[in-house]
Design a protein around this ligand. Structure first.
Ligand SMILES: Cc1cc2nc3c(=O)[nH]c(=O)nc-3n(C[C@H](O)[C@H](O)[C@H](O)COP(=O)(O)OP(=O)(O)OC[C@H]3O[C@@H](n4cnc5c(N)ncnc54)[C@H](O)[C@@H]3O)c2cc1C
Length: 323
């Protein structure tokens, strides 16, 4: 009997595999060992070059490459169609994707088409003795971890947050890269790509030092950004700042943004709402500055400074050497 399979979507950017996909491969390998399932990476797009080998070295037992000229650049509809066909035919037990824009975009559409459940934005993955995937989602300001199981339908699907698992190099004996020539017979996409601009933002989940600007320092964002520069830290923001278009969504920290793994995080003018907190749960040292002594953020901080950030920031800038 064929072994059951855990599939991992290998997102490309497009010359490399996104780190989150390699992180998931490493965890999938551990889960595969525990449950006697094999790990399959699924890749679409341009010719994979050495990307198949990279996936094999990071935990895949096999890589499936779906080939069709329509898949050379990402489109929600064409990628969904291609993945739906292959998943429906081979029906893996589990299908995991990164909780990136692309992963979230694909996962929602695919799960609806496959009529299966999807757990979004998970921060832990395990498998029980019956082969059910346990997808951990934090709740109540990260005070509880709800493990969600999809019992009825297959595949069991989850999107996994970047930076939760670490990449692992796994010695391989031999691996297979299977190239499947699809014949999608014309694009189903209603979107036509006119031009393509790739913006490269630093992956906040890997930054060692992060300075976060919240709503309370909305008027002082330039100064906070300057401070991050001077202190060699990355800038992060809470959601309202991104919602108002004052900073890129790529800088958002929290349950729908990045989960930080920083050694040091300095937080200005953030209240500590439930959806913000998972973003800082894995940080080593948290320093918060807030005018409100009763602010919830202080409960989750190692050092609490009750002060008006607009007065503190210029002092810190001067201390950092800004003239
Ligand atoms: C489904 C969902 C997902 C979400 N995902 C996220 C997410 O990923 N990330 C996220 O951040 N939010 C997220 N949110 C929004 C979240 O619930 C909060 O609304 C948000 O975190 C509040 O941001 P804030 O703390 O910056 O702003 P506010 O709540 O407005 O707090 C501002 C803080 O600044 C302080 N302050 C004001 N002026 C000063 C000053 N001069 N000096 C010092 N302190 C000052 C105030 O005392 C206050 O504590 C999500 C919400 C939902 C429903």
């Amino acid at each position: 009997m064929n072994r059951k399979e855990i599939w991992v979507y290998l997102e490309r950017n497009p010359e490399e595999i996104e780190d989150v996909s390699l992180e998931i491969l490493g965890r999938a390998k551990e889960l595969g060992k525990k449950s006697d399932m094999s790990v399959v990476g699924v890749m679409l797009g341009k010719e994979p070059g050495n990307l198949g080998d990279i996936a094999l070295k990071h935990g895949a037992d096999k890589v499936i490459f779906l080939k069709d000229s329509l898949l050379e650049s990402y489109s929600t509809e064409d990628y969904t169609k291609a993945l739906f066909e292959i998943i429906n035919k081979r029906m893996p037990e589990i299908f995991l994707l990164g909780a990136t824009y692309q992963g979230r975009d694909l996962a929602g559409r695919l799960s609806a088409r496959l009529r299966t459940g999807l757990t979004a934005n998970v921060v832990s993955l395990d498998i029980d003795t019956d082969g059910y995937l346990l997808s951990g989602v934090p709740g109540y300001g990260s005070k509880v971890l709800a493990e969600i199981i999809c019992v009825r339908n297959k595949p069991q699907m989850s999107t996994v947050r970047p930076g939760i698992f670490s990449k692992k190099l796994i010695p391989i004996k031999a691996g297979i890269v299977e190239v499947l020539d699809l014949d999608l017979q014309g694009s189903v996409s209603r979107v036509r790509v006119v031009s393509r601009k790739v913006e490269k933002h630093p992956d906040l989940s890997r930054a060692e030092k992060v300075i976060i600007a919240g709503n309370g320092v909305e008027g002082n964002l330039d100064m906070v950004a300057k401070m991050a520069d001077i202190f060699g830290a990355r800038l992060g923001v809470s959601r309202p700042i991104a919602d108002k278009g004052k900073a890129s969504r790529e800088l958002q920290v929290g349950s729908t943004g990045y989960s930080l793994n920083a050694k040091l995080v300095l937080i200005f003018g953030v209240s500590g709402a439930e959806h913000f907190l998972p973003g800082i749960a894995n940080c080593q040292t948290v320093i918060s500055i807030n005018m409100d002594r009763e602010s919830d953020i202080f409960e989750y901080s190692d050092y609490c400074v009750v002060a008006d950030a607009s007065k503190i920031i210029p002092i810190l800038l001067r201390e950092g050497g800004d003239r």
